[in-house]
Design a protein around this ligand. Structure first.
Ligand code: NAD
Length: 401
């Protein structure tokens, strides 16, 4: 009898979970031994991290146990932190053992990238995972509580700095404006005393959107008290707030809460596992394998996928990660059946940037949408991803209907 092949999937984010949930559906029993490895035993919805970070939703509402979506007779879940991948020897090293594989899928996700800016890791909050979200949402409420209960009030308790006006920055600002409304009420604080400043190095924001959408988002946030400082690079962070460059001068912006949303990179494990990795991302072949390794796939935020005939990689999104997971599951089956692999074909259904719970801007099937329609589409997209991974049961459990 032929030896059963070992398939290992690293990371239970959108890419990895979509791979295993598809594999458990399409692979006949006993065709392969499938192991999913993650350092946590839960999946978190990274597309909702800005909500849990601002505190407009509870962190528990954006996580679910990995074992609730895998068929444990078909897929073995192993809790462990990946330390290194050796694609030459086909070995994965974790803090919970070393494992050999025949086919590997690397979907180890993103971490925050501070570009070596001094003080940023020590003095600014990051939007990176459930722990950073819990820390930040608690801290925001603490600042209101402290302001309300102090005799000598510190205006910096009500000042919030957000670094970066990309997708994460704008979506976080949308939630933050809603949270400060709620906390001002709760603690009897004058909302007009709250100061939210967004600092962006580039001369514009949300570069993937046109002026109509950008202006809509900016007006929405400005009406809720956000001040934008664009064309203003952050060059440092300290206990007082951000240091920014204005012309040739450095200026200190002061706040007791500074949040860095200005960059992400792929997992650091990529750096010591593959050659040619830049900011944690590896340029992959059209079938999503790592160059030189026919049975090692790299997907999600650790991969840089350049569609045939184009020059730049697609941006990293949950939508791409999930489509890559499906494509890889089919190719794993093809490898096991001795069939040729198929190239990945990305279908862009659109992108929505939320502005709080009830508003947003986006492009869906090539058309601009704003307001409630965009917020609705964002919910459709989120529900779709929950449904595709966990089926109708999980969608109900997470209150998506
Ligand atoms: P990003 O890199 O897209 O944006 C970071 C922003 O920070 C940029 O505008 C950049 O100019 C600015 N910046 C960088 N250095 C700076 C500095 N020193 N000072 C001031 N500003 C600085 O990062 P992101 O917003 O976290 O997005 C990461 C990826 O995830 C993107 O591909 C994005 O499309 C995707 N994403 C998608 C969604 C969604 O679909 N709803 C949500 C979040 C993120």
């Amino acid at each position: 009898m032929a030896e059963i092949k070992k398939v290992i999937v690293l990371g239970a984010g959108y890419a990895g979970l979509q791979t295993v949930t598809k594999l458990q559906k399409i692979l006949p029993a006993d065709e392969a031994e499938i192991t999913l490895i993650d350092k946590d035993d839960y999946h978190y919805e990274s597309v909702l991290l800005h909500e849990a970070s601002a505190g407009t939703v509870n962190y528990e509402d954006i996580i679910y146990p990995i074992e609730s979506v895998i068929n444990q007779e078909r897929v073995k879940f192993l809790k462990g932190e990946v330390v290194k991948v050796d694609p030459h020897a086909k070995v994965v090293e974790t803090n919970n053992g070393r494992f050999n594989y025949d086919i590997l899928v690397v979907g180890l996700g993103f971490v925050s990238e501070t570009f070596g800016i001094k003080g940023m890791l020590d003095h600014a909050f990051q939007i990176e995972n459930i722990q950073t979200a819990r820390k930040l949402s608690r801290h925001i409420e603490d600042k209101f509580a402290n302001y309300a209960s102090s005799k000598e009030k510190d205006p910096k308790d009500l000042a919030f700095l957000v670094g970066g006006a990309g997708f994460t920055g704008i979506e976080f600002l949308g939630e933050l404006t809603a949270r400060v409304d709620e906390l001002s009420n709760k603690y009897g604080v004058d909302r007009d005393k709250v100061k939210i400043t967004c600092v962006e190095a580039a001369p514009t924001m949300l570069p993937m959107f046109d002026d109509e959408l950008v202006n809509y988002a900016v007006n929405y946030l400005e009406e809720r008290g956000v001040e934008f400082k664009i064309g203003t690079p952050i060059v440092g962070a300290n206990e007082k707030g951000f240091l920014v460059k204005v012309g040739d001068e450095e200026q200190q912006l002061e706040a007791n809460t500074s949040v860095w949303t200005a960059g992400v990179r792929g997992s650091k494990i990529m750096d010591n596992s593959f050659e040619g990795v830049k900011r944690g991302r590896l340029v992959v072949n059209q079938d999503l394998t790592a160059p030189g390794f026919n049975e090692t796939f790299v997907i999600g935020d650790v991969s840089a996928y350049i569609p045939e005939g184009e020059e730049r990689p697609l941006p990293t999104t949950a939508q791409i990660a999930m489509q890559q997971g499906e494509s890889v599951a089919k190719n794993v089956k093809n490898i096991l059946n001795g069939q040729p692999k198929e190239p990945f074909n990305y279908v862009n259904r659109g992108t929505v940037c939320s502005l709080g719970a009830h508003d947003g801007v986006g492009i869906v099937y090539g058309r601009n949408i704003v307001g409630k329609k965009a917020a609705f589409m964002k919910k459709v997209i989120d529900t779709r991803s929950i449904f595709k991974i966990g089926g109708i049961g999980l969608a109900f459990k997470k209150g998506k209907f």
